[in-house]
Design a protein around this ligand. Structure first.
Ligand code: ADP
Ligand code: MG
Length: 639
C-alpha cells in the first residue's frame, strides 16, 4: 500500500508551534511523556490479556526499551504494549481528541514558562512533545491481535503526517526520534539515565537500555584481557512504593511519587498511606494536592479519582467509584486484594466491596483533614482556600458525614481579617450567650457586603456575621439548617427582631400606618413596606422573606443558565428613627396629599436598590428628583 499524506487537524498546528517554541527550556519532559505512553499501552494489553490471553502472544515480558543510535542520530522508545492500528493511528496521533483545546492553548500562552510542562502533561498532549527534540518522528506500531499488520506514521510536525502499512513482527510500538542537532545529548547513556531517574523512576515496568559493561576476568584467568559485553540495564527502580513499609519511606520519596503520579511540580498538602487489614484488605496511597490544578473545574469527573490496582495489577487510571464526587480532588491509588481482576466500571458502581473501601477511605481522608485543622490551622486554611468549595458539596451529598464536614468548613466573617477564616465551632464559642442564631450574609464580595445596610444592626450589637461569597454557600446553609442546634439565619431575610422589639415597633407602626400605605401605593414594585428592626444608619433597605433567594443569588443562578429563577418579591423597610424618614412622616402628618411625598418615596426606594447592589430602573426620573432637590438646596441668599 502506498503511503498516504494527511493534514493535522487545524488546532494541531498552533499547538505544535507553542510546544516546540515555548517549551524549549524543558525539553526533557518529552521522554517522560513517551515512557508514560508506553506504560499506558502495556497496562492496556496486560489488562486485556486477563480475559483474552491470546492478545498476549506469549510476549508478556513487559518492558520499555530506549535505543540510542549514534550513527543514525536517532533515539527509539520501544514497547511491547497494545500498539496502534492502521485505522486509529491517524486519530490517535493526528488530532487532539479532547475538548477544550482552545482554552488550553490560551492558558498555555499565558502561563509562566515554569508551569508549561505541567499544563502539557495534564492536558495529555504528551506525544507532541517529541517535536521539541526531533525534526522527524517515525512511529511503527502493531496492534495486539493484528499479526504482522503494522503501520508506520511519520511527520516533521509541520502540518502533515504520512501513514503507510508495514510488516511488523512484534506487537507494540517503536517511536523513533530523528534528533535535532541541538538535542544530540539524548544519545548519551549517562544523560538518558539521569532523565529517566528524574521523571520515571517509579514507573512500574522496567525501562531498559543496552549498555556496554567491562567484565573483569574471572578467577584463574587473571591474565586474560578485559572483555566488553552488552548488557540490558534497568534504569528505573520501579518499586511499588505503596507496598513498602511506611517506616522505610522518606517524606521525599512520597512527594516524588506524587509529583510523578499527579504531574504536579509542588509538594502535596498531605500524604495518606493507609494499609487496611483484616476482613477488608487494601492499601491506599492518597495525596491531598496543595493547589487546584488548571482546568480542574472543566475536567470530566469520571476522569478523576484514584488509580486502581488489584493485587498489583494496574486496572484503571480513574476509579471514580472509589471516592465520592466531593473528594474527587484527592489523587493517588488504591491496591485492593479481594476484587476480581476483570472488574468493570459498571460493576464498580454497585460493588459492595468498593462501597466499603470508599467508606474507609472517606473516613481516613476526613480524619486527616481534622488532624490538619487542629495541628496546623494555617496549612488547613490554605488547603480550604483551594478545595473548600468541593468539601462544601459533601455537606449535601454525604449525609452520614454531614456533621464532620460542617466542622471542617471555614468562612470569612465580620470579625476576621479579609482573606482569613473562622469555623462554625469558633463562631459558637465567641457568640454572646443570648444569641440564638448563626448569622450570615451571602453576596458577591466582602467589600459589597461590608458596606451594606444589613450589617448595621449586628455592628451595633457587636455580633459576628459570616460573610459568604461562594455560590455554593447558600446551599450549604439551607442543607445544614443548623449547626449544633443553632439555626443559620440570613441577615437580609425575614424579620430579625425579638418579641419585645416587635411589640415596640407595632406601637410606632400605628403612627406610621398612613405613610406606609402611601409608600405601598408609590412603590408598587415591592410586595410590602414596613418599619425596620435592622437599620441603624441607613434610612431604607430591601429584604426578602425568609427562605427566598436574595437578589445576588437570583442573578447568579441566571448567569449559570437556570431559567425559571423566581423573582423573589422584596420588602421595603423604613428606619423610623432616621432623620429623613422622620421628616417625611412630619410632612405627611401636615398634609398627606403633598406631591413631594410621592417623589420622596421613589427616591428612598431607589436608594435601597443601590444599597443592595441593584441598578435603579428609571435613572432619568431618579436624576430629575435629585436635581430638583439640589436646585432648591443650593439656592444662595439665605445664609
Ligand atoms: P495521552 O497519552 O494523554 O492520551 P498522547 O499525546 O501522549 O496523549 O498520546 C495520544 C494517544 O496516542 C494515546 O492516547 C494512545 O492512544 C496513542 N499512543 C501514544 N503512544 C502510544 C504507544 N506507545 N502505544 C500505543 N498507543 C500509543
Ligand atoms: Mg500520554
Amino acid at each position: 500500500m502506498a503511503a498516504k499524506t494527511r493534514k493535522f487537524k487545524a488546532e494541531m498546528k498552533q499547538l505544535m508551534d507553542i510546544i516546540i517554541h515555548s517549551l524549549y527550556s524543558n525539553q526533557e519532559i518529552f521522554l517522560r511523556e513517551l515512557i508514560s505512553n508506553a506504560v499506558d499501552a502495556i497496562d492496556k494489553v496486560r489488562f486485556e490479556g486477563l480475559t483474552k490471553p491470546d492478545v498476549l502472544e506469549d510476549n508478556a515480558d513487559w518492558k520499555i526499551k530506549l535505543i540510542p543510535n549514534r550513527e543514525t542520530k536517532t533515539l527509539t522508545i520501544s514497547d511491547n504494549g497494545l500498539g496502534m492500528s492502521m485505522e486509529t493511528v491517524g486519530d490517535q496521533l493526528g488530532s487532539i481528541a479532547r475538548s477544550g483545546t482552545a482554552e488550553f492553548l490560551a492558558e498555555l500562552q499565558d502561563a509562566d514558562a515554569a508551569n508549561r510542562p505541567e499544563l502539557i502533561g495534564q492536558f495529555g498532549v504528551g506525544f507532541y512533545a517529541s517535536f521539541m527534540v526531533a525534526e522527524n518522528v517515525v512511529v511503527e506500531s502493531r496492534m495486539a491481535g493484528d499479526p504482522e499488520l503494522g503501520v508506520r506514521w511519520s511527520s516533521t510536525g509541520q502540518g502533515t503526517y504520512k501513514i503507510e502499512q508495514i510488516r511488523k513482527e512484534t506487537r507494540g510500538t517503536d517511536v523513533t526520534l530523528h534528533l535535532r542537532e541541538e538535542a544530540l545529548e539524548y544519545l548519551d547513556e549517562y544523560f538518558l539515565r539521569t532523565v529517566v531517574k528524574k521523571f520515571s523512576d517509579f514507573v512500574e515496568h522496567p525501562v531498559v537500555m543496552d549498555v556496554e559493561k567491562t567484565v573483569s576476568p574471572t578467577n584463574g584467568e587473571e591474565d586474560a584481557p578485559e572483555k566488553v559485553e552488552i548488557v540490558e540495564e534497568v534504569l528505573n527502580s520501579g518499586q511499588a512504593i505503596w507496598r513498602r513499609a511506611k517506616s522505610d519511606i522518606e517524606q521525599e520519596e512520597y512527594h516524588d511519587f506524587y509529583k510523578h503520579l499527579a504531574r504536579d511540580s509542588e509538594d502535596p498538602a498531605r500524604v495518606i498511606h493507609y494499609v487496611a487489614e483484616g476482613n477488608l484488605e487494601f492499601r491506599a496511597l492518597l495525596y491531598l494536592p496543595a493547589k487546584r490544578p488548571p482546568f480542574f473545574a472543566s475536567q470530566d469527573p469520571t476522569k478523576q479519582g484514584p488509580h486502581l490496582y488489584i493485587r498489583r495489577v494496574f486496572i484503571t487510571d480513574n476509579a471514580e467509584a472509589l471516592l465520592p464526587p466531593y473528594l474527587r480532588f484527592v489523587r493517588g491509588l488504591v491496591d485492593a486484594s479481594d476484587l476480581p481482576l476483570n472488574v468493570s466500571r459498571e460493576m464498580m458502581q454497585d460493588n459492595p466491596l468498593i462501597a466499603r473501601i470508599q467508606k474507609a477511605l472517606v473516613n481516613k481522608i476526613l480524619s486527616t483533614l481534622e488532624e490538619m485543622a487542629t495541628e496546623d490551622p494555617t496549612a488547613y486554611d490554605a488547603f480550604f482556600q483551594e478545595w473548600g468549595s468541593l468539601l462544601k458539596m459533601g455537606v449535601y451529598t454525604d449525609f452520614a458525614n454531614r456533621e464532620r464536614l460542617a466542622d471542617l468548613l471555614r468562612f470569612e466573617s465580620t470579625k476576621t481579617q479579609p482573606g482569613a477564616f473562622t469555623s462554625l465551632a469558633k463562631y459558637l464559642v465567641s457568640m454572646p450567650v443570648a444569641q440564638t442564631d448563626i448569622f450570615y450574609l451571602v453576596g458577591s464580595s466582602r467589600e459589597v457586603m461590608e458596606s451594606s445596610a444589613y450589617l448595621e444592626l449586628f455592628r451595633a450589637r457587636d455580633q459576628e456575621v459570616l460573610l459568604m461569597t461562594d455560590p455554593i454557600d447558600e446551599w450549604v446553609t439551607s442543607h445544614l439548617m443548623a449547626y449544633k442546634e443553632k439555626p443559620f439565619k440570613a441577615v437580609d431575610k425575614g424579620d430579625l427582631s425579638d418579641e419585645a422589639e416587635k411589640a415596640a415597633r407595632e406601637e410606632t407602626g400605628k403612627t406610621f400606618a398612613g405613610l406606609l400605605d402611601l409608600f405601598r401605593q408609590a412603590v408598587p414594585e415591592v410586595k410590602d413596606v414596613r418599619l425596620s428592626g435592622r437599620l441603624k444608619d441607613s434610612a431604607v433597605v430591601l429584604v426578602v422573606e425568609e427562605g427566598a433567594l436574595n437578589p445576588h443569588m437570583q442573578a447568579l443562578l441566571k448567569t449559570l443558565g437556570q431559567e425559571d429563577v423566581p423573582d423573589a418579591a422584596r420588602i421595603l423597610e423604613l428606619n423610623a428613627e432616621h432623620a429623613s424618614v422622620a421628616a417625611i412622616q412630619a410632612l405627611f402628618e401636615k398634609n398627606p396629599d403633598d406631591p413631594r411625598l410621592q417623589s420622596y418615596a421613589r427616591l428612598l426606594y431607589d436608594q435601597a436598590l443601590l444599597g443592595e447592589g441593584s441598578r435603579v430602573t428609571d435613572v432619568q426620573a431618579f436624576a430629575a428628583r435629585i436635581n430638583e432637590m439640589i436646585a432648591k438646596d443650593a439656592s444662595p441668599g439665605d445664609e
